[in-house]
Design a protein around this ligand. Sequence first.
Ligand SMILES: [Zn+2]
Length: 495
Amino acid sequence: MSFPRTLGELRRSPFSEELLRTRHVKDELRDNLVIKLRQDGPIFAGIVGYDDTVVPQIVNAILSRHNFILLGLRGQAKSRILRALTTLLDPQMPYIAGCEIHDNPYVPICRRCRELVASDGDSTPIDYLTSEQRYVEKLATPDVTIADLIGDIDPIKAAKSGHHLSSEMTVHYGLLPRANRGIFAINELPDLAGKIQVGLFNIMQEGDVQIKGYPIRLPLDVALVFSANPEDYTARGKIITPLKDRIGSEVRTHYPASVEEGITITAQEAWTERNGHKMLIPKYVQEVIERIAFVAREDKKIDKRSGVSQRLPISVLENVVSNAERRAIRHDEKLVVPRISDIYAAMPAITGKLELEYEGEMKGADSVGRELIRSAIAKTFDEYFTGVNMQQVVQWFDLGGEIQLSDSAGAVEVLDLLRTIQGLMDKLGKINAGSKDGVESQVSAAEFVLEGLHAHKRIGRNEERVFTAGEKQPKRQDKPFDRDETPLRPRRTFN
Ligand SMILES: [Zn+2]
């Protein structure tokens, strides 16, 4: 398909003056959104868990032609949603070729283009931008200047062109004018200095801006979208009131509401489909990984303000798969099946993603990380094994049984050891692993049971991953025994 290359051809094409002259970016977003709403599919592909909460609010903001802000903790897909807005732009947009601010061919705002159209008329050359090219993103930091954002007087340009410094012909445009007729996203808006916020507000309000004291008029056509941490945004004095006032909608994002939703997001984002090895990630491994994030979000030792990003379970899953892959390569195994021990080996993907409170710092990131994994295992174990009698397995250890389950040990080697634990292998049906399954799957499942018992402190495990009898707790007699357990010795009674 060939597109019109001059203003004259453009006039006679579907990109007519009637259609384009007054159609602003926000009208375009709205029009394309309306078309999508009439169809049945998702509005933003790949955004999971926001169908009933965030997405309808964004849809309303766009239908209202608002500038809007997404408020949420890190790792809540804010940037991803903002980038997905490009799917609501036309695939191709004509502009006057060579214009730094992508002027509308029918109503150019820069002086260069106005003069060009006046002299060349219908032969003015036309070029096109794709929807992705119309998205400009900036992470706000305190050192962002007016020059970065809006522009600067360029004395060399002035000297070369012979124009006066106050002429707009001498301006070197910043990011915002370069986003003209597109979407401009500013992440972490509260980090922008007050003076810059004023500049931003002026351009939103009047299309006026002062650069180094010279007033310049730039009636830009930009859809402005922002993101921020909610506490920063609502903190007094962080955002100038008139700017806040001009942001039409505030939309709150959130973490996945259920473990299942989290698993879907993690499975979609993590790199697990690797060439070469057949892979089988057990459901309970996925659940434990996801619950690490859920448990961490509730943990007092971790900073609530900063949150626990969805990137944590994503990176953990990638590391878990790598550890399992490494083991499979070493032992020449056909099937890669991650185990719970691979999750402990994924500590490097956990510690860096937690902002610790004082109490957590005292304990150390590693120890906090291990505690999180352990309580994620305990919760997942309960999902499958509540009410299942494990006494036979526990007793095997109480009678002096020991077994080492290194995360680097091959499956065949370990399975023989596991089979010596009476009652263990017939429990695996609960997690859909049986003797008909591959050796790798059976080992992973059996290890999950032992890790679960350890997480509940019913059996012990040391640093070398040797499982042993649980610590003999002197208080144990005072606690009621589990229904399925029989006390080893009857309680002594005093008369
Ligand atoms: Zn122009």
